[in-house]
Design a protein around this ligand. Structure first.
Ligand code: ZN
Length: 200
């Protein structure tokens, strides 16, 4: 493993980067109670994360250490190696300008994970229409017996992290989420580290 360098995602922004098979990605909630949406694609920009298949194969909506994130072609994309929180979401789509307008009456200028993912992925030639439901790291959604779903403050505290291993070469997009409700009404940065499996 080569030394990991800590990178910062400023509040209400997003980034995209490449991972090679075997690389380790650590996503860190540096201040606590901050969600980070993750989207992943194979290098072809077509094969993509499928949260539906994640639920199928892991038989849970609460993914944590030991669970695998699958693509729409049922290929393992990422394995969750370590998780200091144990509560994340795979049901909600990334927050979007339309969501802020429909639910809260904000105008289209409100920052959103969807907009930030789309902007970051555009330099890889990936169109925004290819962005599906994200793995919403640190998002705390509580499912009630009648099917109602409630968004609660994240359970993550400062320094909590999720460590993922790339099971194939990937293009990954990652945000510091922009939704008031998901982040207990304050926007914080997210940090991440990539440990390369091999030098070069
Ligand atoms: Zn968001």
């Amino acid at each position: 493993m080569t030394t990991a360098q800590r990178q910062r995602i400023e509040p209400q922004t997003g980034v995209a980067f490449e991972l090679k098979r075997g690389d380790m990605l650590r996503v860190i909630d540096v201040r606590g109670e901050q969600v980070s949406d993750l989207m992943a694609f194979a290098p072809d920009g077509v094969e993509t994360l499928s949260t539906g298949r994640c639920i199928d194969y892991n038989e849970t909506i609460y993914l944590t250490a030991g669970h695998v994130l699958y693509s729409n072609r049922s290929s393992p994309m990422l394995t969750i190696v370590e998780d200091t929180v144990g509560r994340h979401d795979v049901l909600f789509s990334p927050c979007s300008p339309e969501m802020f307008e429909k639910l809260y009456g904000f105008d289209a200028s409100h920052p959103s994970c969807f907009g930030n993912l789309a902007g970051a992925l555009s330099r890889y030639g990936i169109d925004s229409d290819r962005i599906g439901t994200t793995f919403n790291i640190f998002m705390n959604a509580e499912l009630e017996a009648n099917g109602r779903i409630r968004v609660l403050p994240p359970l993550s505290r400062a320094g909590d992290f999720v460590l993922l291993r790339a099971e194939m070469d990937l293009i990954v997009a990652l945000t510091a989420c922009s939704a008031e409700l998901s982040n207990n009404w304050s926007f914080k940065p997210i940090e991440y580290e990539i440990e390369a499996a091999r030098a070069g």
